[in-house]
Design a protein around this ligand. Structure first.
Ligand code: SF4
Length: 454
């Protein structure tokens, strides 16, 4: 099992240059934070340093070269980005590589994807399924038309299998104006889908008593419903999507569902339920109770019949009886969750669940996980089959050599859900482009993916 006491990788950051460079720095820092990297305040506390440079005038070039030199001396592992990264000298040579050949990677400005690729290469972050908010595969940032927006840190719950609160502390919500500004900057930079993440999106603002902030001169409360409303408006302005992750099924989530009918807050909720049996949920110390969850899901589907519900579950939690496990299977049959991930329970160092009686053998945990996934395969296949013949809006993620493409509908979050395979259009002038939306007609489905024509 994973070693959860391994320290979080730390990145040092030196930001030079104009306000545009500053926005680049903010976006890189946001992405690092969203992926679980920490930032270090000193060179020696960092595992790697990123220097965002300026190349505008000679003095700025010198300042940037000095900053790179200092980072190399003090730390040694340096990635350079920014305007100087794109600059050549009189001989046509890359200035930075010539002066500082030891830098690990050099990119030009507005190169979030390339910078993150270099970070992943030189300072990979181990994936912790119970902790990480972003998928194990990492976030592929090229092409760059979707981005994660982290709205808070930490968590006020104390689920017995989780050590996040002991690592990251209680919930700290980011000021709503900062979140909105970051969202606007991302949309301006071409992001077409914003994925809202946190440990508990529904709890946004609890720690600051839903303090009123300001956005565009108008008051806006630090509250999930107001945030989602404002993000939906902003997304509409930029012709983009907002997708909500880690939403706990509290009553106020019901107010979010009608906002999904406009199409900019996509009808998709990622609700980590973890189990259905009330006694298991009690042992897990989960904030929500199983019976209410089924009513809530039913209510959401009444308000928004097209809603896609994603959830994660743990099979083989300590003390889980065959009867409790069967209860989970019955719940899944009834709830008809569209997208589902299931982990076999695995003890996390430092978690209180380790002290619970009746820890189950690995074979039992794995076998139960297998049964959940087998059931889900059938449910998912049936639900996707109903989409055949329908027209869906998709966002294209990649185009292949034949002119066909892979995209995602509102029902598919990147990296964790299925995709829509789109056949190359017959008309040669109709070229599918990455980062663009298209309406497609679904022609076939399996248990995970759809096939469609544009
Ligand atoms: S809600 Fe529970 S599982 Fe999620 S971060 Fe908080 S303590 Fe961990």
């Amino acid at each position: 099992m994973s070693n959860l006491t391994s320290p979080t990788p730390k990145v040092g950051f030196v930001s030079l240059g104009c306000p545009k460079a500053l926005v680049d720095s903010e976006q890189i820092l946001t992405q690092l934070r969203a992926e679980g990297y920490d930032t270090a305040k000193s060179y020696d506390g960092a595992d790697l340093v990123i220097v965002n440079t300026c190349g505008f005038i000679d003095a700025a070039v010198q300042e940037s070269l000095d900053a790179i030199g200092e980072a190399l001396n003090e730390n040694g592992k340096v990635i350079v980005t920014g305007c100087l990264g794109a600059k050549k000298d009189g001989d046509g040579d890359d200035i930075i590589q010539k002066v500082h050949p030891k830098v690990l990677a050099v990119t030009g400005p507005h190169a979030l994807g390339e910078v993150m690729d270099a970070v992943h290469l030189h300072l990979p972050k181990p994936h912790e399924p119970f902790i990480d908010l972003v998928p194990a595969q990492g976030v592929k940032l090229t092409p760059r038309h979707y981005a994660y927006l982290k709205i808070s840190e930490g968590c006020n719950h104390r689920c017995s299998f989780c050590i996040i609160p002991s690592m990251r502390g209680d919930l700290v919500s980011r000021p709503i104006a900062d979140v909105m500004l970051e969202a606007e900057n991302l949309f301006k930079a071409g992001v077409k889908e914003l994925l809202v993440i946190s440990q508990d999106t529904s709890a946004y603002g609890v720690d600051v008593k839903f303090r009123t902030g300001f956005w565009n001169g108008a008051p806006l409360k630090t509250h999930m419903t107001q945030l989602v409303g404002a993000l939906g408006e902003l997304a509409k302005q930029y012709g983009a999507w907002v997708r909500l992750h880690y939403v706990y099924p509290y009553p106020h989530v019901d107010q979010i569902i009608p906002m999904m009918n406009g199409g900019h807050v996509v009808p998709y909720l990622d609700v980590p339920l973890q189990h259905a049996h009330p006694d298991v949920l009690k042992r897990m110390k989960r904030p929500a109770n199983g019976e209410k969850n089924i009513e809530r899901i039913r209510g959401w589907r009444e308000l928004c019949p097209d809603i896609t519900i994603r959830s994660t579950f743990i099979a083989g939690f300590p003390g889980e009886t065959e009867e409790e496990f069967q209860y989970l299977l019955d719940f899944l049959e009834e709830a008809q969750i569209d997208r589902l991930g299931c982990f076999a329970y695995s003890p996390v160092e430092g978690a209180t669940a380790n002290e619970l009686a009746n820890q189950l053998p690995e074979e039992v945990r794995e076998e139960r996980r297998g049964r959940v996934m087998q059931l889900q395969e059938r449910i998912s296949a049936e639900r996707l089959q109903r989409k055949v013949g329908k027209t869906l809006r998709v966002l294209v993620d990649a185009v292949d050599r034949t002119g066909g493409a892979t995209g995602r509908s509102a029902a598919d979050a990147p990296e964790i859900d299925g995709v829509v395979h789109i056949k190359a259009p017959y008309e040669p002038h109709l070229k599918l482009k990455v980062g663009e939306f298209y309406d497609v007609t679904v022609t076939a489905a399996d248990a995970h993916d759809l096939w469609a024509k544009a």
